[in-house]
Design a protein around this ligand. Structure first.
Ligand code: FAD
Length: 516
């Protein structure tokens, strides 16, 4: 069995694990990160996309609110290229108690969240699709954040500091020497072989799966997975993050992100974090709640629905995951369970990933008996050095002054051939078309890959010298994966689009009968 040696082994390639790997490598530790799938395919790649101001938690969960408001400006600074500064507004609709606005402002002031009551007419002028019966509105510094860019920037930085990042490496078990964790047994899922990784310290950053990893060392970590669904609408129904001004509940936020807007979410306690089934009732509820913010929401074109599971740490079993704090914990299993060599970092938000990583690596320094300062709040991530926010028009601007000078591969997301081929070569050999999708947001617009994906398959075939069977199966796999999120919500114009895609792929290409 191949064996690797390291000081720190990080388990989990979501925002937390990527942040921990970066911080650990920046502080000079030999670091390896393992992730069972592609990077950011756990909760981080399935979240709502909101860089929280903290407003959502200002009344009910002040600790989480304070963490968000402290980290929000840091993430804006170090990861500017991943953030779009949309701003956010909390609105009292006719279904909400306007008096809650006073509690909201009080909560914001007490936790340090910049908040300002703004005239409703001004908000409606800026966001004309909003419910006209809104009675109060409060502006806060919400924004959106692209999870794949964020994780990719962190792992690129970690690599530059010497870390090894191993996607498609699933932890099968932790290696113990007496009551000390000394590494992990890992399955390399691409080569289908087992690898042993010996480490001085294992940091379990497996999010909602953290309980499963800790269990390998005989420790009990109670992570209650809270499933939430989200629906992407085909364009920007709003340009500001819109929150209902009421205690957190279902379907009360619309986040405009890149070319779409996303409504969410729900919070249902599930037994297993991989249990992501979506029911028609949940979809209906989202669409009904959407109507309360944007009248006519049900008639807009819904592209896709998906679910993710929150890593909610709770010392006791709970019936309702909404009652669990959104803050995070660092657990030292030596003091807690008598097992040396293992830390768990779980809970929290994508917004607070950097703080979570800092606290986990502080604990690692203490355990390894060294004092090394954290610099992740000061050093910008790759691509964000100029501290300029992502701007929605940037891909269109890159086409100017001569539009159509370059071949466009994905019309919905304005991805040119050069942009695509650079992303393919920069990120290393892609593991399927879904991997390319995450790198550049390919196929995420209204046609859901209908026009761009056969072009991309051809380009990948040529660039990566895939044989025709591998190219065919990559195409089929992508279509099947997309279908999972499209099928539960098909109606109206999107159903017409799906029929057209079906004619292209089944009728013209006969994709199901291609060799491979
Ligand atoms: C519906 C929903 C909406 C949300 N919206 C927001 C929001 O708008 N803003 C915000 O800030 N936060 C939001 N959150 C919270 C946020 O998404 C999470 O807190 C955060 O992404 C968790 O990151 P993580 O790295 O800890 O976990 P993950 O991203 O889940 O990473 C853990 C990784 O561990 C891997 N793993 C599991 N088992 C193994 C194994 N055996 N071997 C190797 N790897 C393994 C998984 O594949 C996974 O990739 C939302 C969460 C949900 C569910």
């Amino acid at each position: 069995m191949p064996t690797l040696e390291t000081e720190v082994l990080v388990v989990g390639g979501g925002s937390t694990g990527a942040g921990v790997a970066r911080d650990s490598a920046m502080r000079g530790f030999a670091t390896i990160l393992v992730e069972r799938g592609d990077l950011a395919t756990g909760t981080t790649g399935r979240f709502h996309g909101l860089l929280h101001s903290g407003g959502r938690y200002a009344v009910k969960d002040p600790v989480a609110a304070k963490e968000c408001v402290d980290e929000n400006p840091i993430v804006r600074r170090i990861a500017a290229d991943c953030v779009e500064d949309t701003g956010g507004v909390f609105v009292s609709t006719p279904w909400d108690d306007p008096a809650f606005g006073d509690q909201f402002v009080k909560g914001c002031r007490e936790t340090g969240i910049p908040v300002e009551e703004v005239p409703v007419a001004e908000v409606l002028r800026k966001e004309p699709r909003l419910e006209p019966g809104i009675t109060r509105a409060f502006a806060v510094p919400d924004a959106n954040v692209d999870p794949w860019k964020l994780v990719s920037a962190n792992t690129r930085s970690a690599r530059a500091y010497g870390a090894t990042i191993l996607p498609y490496h699933r932890v099968l078990g932790l290696e113990l020497d007496g009551d000390r964790v000394v590494g992990a047994r890992v399955e390399d899922e691409v080569k289908a072989e087992e690898v042993e990784i010996r480490a001085e310290l294992v940091i379990n950053a497996a999010g909602a799966w953290a309980g499963q990893i800790a269990h390998f060392a005989g420790c009990v970590v109670n992570v209650a997975p809270g499933k939430g669904i989200m629906i992407a609408m085909n364009h920007r129904l709003v340009n500001t993050v819109i929150n209902r001004c009421k205690p957190p509940s279902d379907g009360d936020i619309i986040v405009p992100i890149r070319t779409v807007s996303v409504i969410g979410t729900t919070d249902v306690h599930v037994a297993d974090p991989d249990e992501l089934e979506i029911t028609p009732a949940e979809i209906d509820e989202m669409l009904d709640e959407g109507e309360k913010l944007v009248p006519g929401f049900r008639q807009a074109r819904a592209l896709r629905v998906w679910a993710g599971t929150r890593p909610l740490y709770t010392p006791e079993d709970v019936a309702d995951t909404r009652d669990v704090s959104r803050t995070h914990v660092v657990l030292d299993h030596a003091t807690r369970d008598g097992v040396e060599g293992l830390l768990t970092i779980t809970g929290g938000k994508a917004t607070t990933f950097r703080l979570m990583a800092e606290q986990a690596v502080d604990a690692a320094c203490e355990k390894l008996g060294v004092e090394r300062e954290c610099r992740t709040a000061d050093e910008a991530l790759p691509g964000s050095e100029d501290e300029r926010y992502y701007w929605l028009g940037s891909r269109a601007r890159a086409q100017e002054p001569v539009p159509n000078a370059e071949e466009i591969i994905c019309e919905c997301e304005l991805i040119t051939r050069t942009h695509l081929t650079e992303a393919i070569s920069r990120g290393g050999r892609p593991n399927g078309l879904d991997d390319i999708r995450r790198r550049v947001r390919l196929g995420m617009g209204p046609c859901q890959g209908g026009f761009c994906i056969y072009r991309t398959t051809g380009i990948l075939h040529q660039l990566e010298e895939l044989d025709h069977e591998a190219a065919n199966s990559a195409l089929l796999e992508f279509l099947q994966e997309r279908w999972k999120g499209v099928q539960p919500i098909l109606h109206g114009d999107q159903l017409r689009q799906a029929r057209l895609d079906d004619w292209i792929f089944q009728g013209l290409l006969g994709v199901g009968h291609l060799p491979g």
